[in-house]
Design a protein around this ligand. Structure first.
Ligand code: APR
Length: 238
């Protein structure tokens, strides 16, 4: 199924800002995760090699915290957009929380992985995971003690880059929501989409580091500006 012809093909990229109003901390805001933790201590393969328990505990805490947060109107608005546009929408998120899915989105590309999955360094298997990993349980597939959070750490290649690249080439509209534009390759998507002729829009609390690359930018809280934008795009349907 495809959406109203006048909308065309849309690629939406989201970041931590879309989950901020749900109570999930962002990374680089004043109360962000990287204020309390050094990236080098918790979000690199080297850190996992050096102090695996510290890394597991960091993600265990974030995984457990998911039980205390709910999707917000911005997540739900993107689920409405998916219903209206069908395959003409590709939703790519940098977030590892499950709030897009709990907000009703059926097809979400988690380019930085998912908290609710574990990855085995032994057999490469991926497993739904809601509990802790700090006690190093055996892999459900190969029984090896090789499980890690299924998240993409700094220095690792994000997921689904081929699919994302192909969608950016074919996009009529690229929209970035709640991301600081500080981390590549996601921060470079606007320029790629623009180079292939897409219109580009930023929806963020404040201008991001890449704000000048966008044709248009609207600033405000995602929970307000995203539903308004979706209503406008779909012609006032809600
Ligand atoms: N509504 C809209 N935008 C918001 C809101 C809100 N309520 N609250 C914060 N923001 C904006 C901030 O202004 C900031 O520009 O969201 C952005 C969050 O930026 P970061 O904390 O840098 O998060 P993100 O861009 O998702 O980080 C990218 O970096 O640390 C790594 O892997 C991690 O996926 C992450 C990547």
């Amino acid at each position: 199924m495809s959406g109203p012809a006048r909308v065309g093909r849309v690629v939406v990229l989201t970041g931590a800002g879309i989950s901020a109003e749900s109570g999930v901390p962002t990374f680089r805001d004043s109360d962000g995760l990287w204020e309390g933790h050094r990236v080098e201590d918790v979000a690199t393969p080297e850190a996992f090699e050096r102090q695996p328990s510290v890394v597991q505990a960091f993600y265990d805490d974030r995984r457990a915290a998911l039980a205390h947060v709910e999707p917000n109107p911005a997540h739900r608005a993107l689920a409405r957009l998916e219903q209206a546009l069908g395959d003409d929408l590709l939703l790519v998120t940098q977030n590892i929380d499950d709030l897009h899915e709990r907000g009703g989105s059926l097809r979400v590309l988690h380019m930085h992985g998912e908290l609710l999955k574990a990855l085995c360094n032994g057999c490469g298997g991926r497993f739904a995971w809601s509990g802790d990993l700090v006690d190093f349980p055996p892999c459900p597939g190969c029984a090896a003690i090789e499980l890690r959070p299924d998240v993409v750490w700094f220095g690792e290649i994000p997921n689904d880059m081929d699919r994302i690249g192909a969608a950016l080439q074919r996009a009529d509209l690229f929209v970035s929501i709640g991301t600081s534009g500080a981390v590549y390759p996601a921060a470079g998507f606007v320029q790629a989409a623009s180079a292939y002729g897409a219109r580009t829009l930023e929806l963020n609390l404040v201008p991001s580091e890449g704000s000048h690359h966008f044709d248009e930018a609207r600033h405000g809280r995602a929970g307000e500006i995203v539903p308004a934008w979706v209503d406008e795009l779909l012609g006032g349907g809600s």
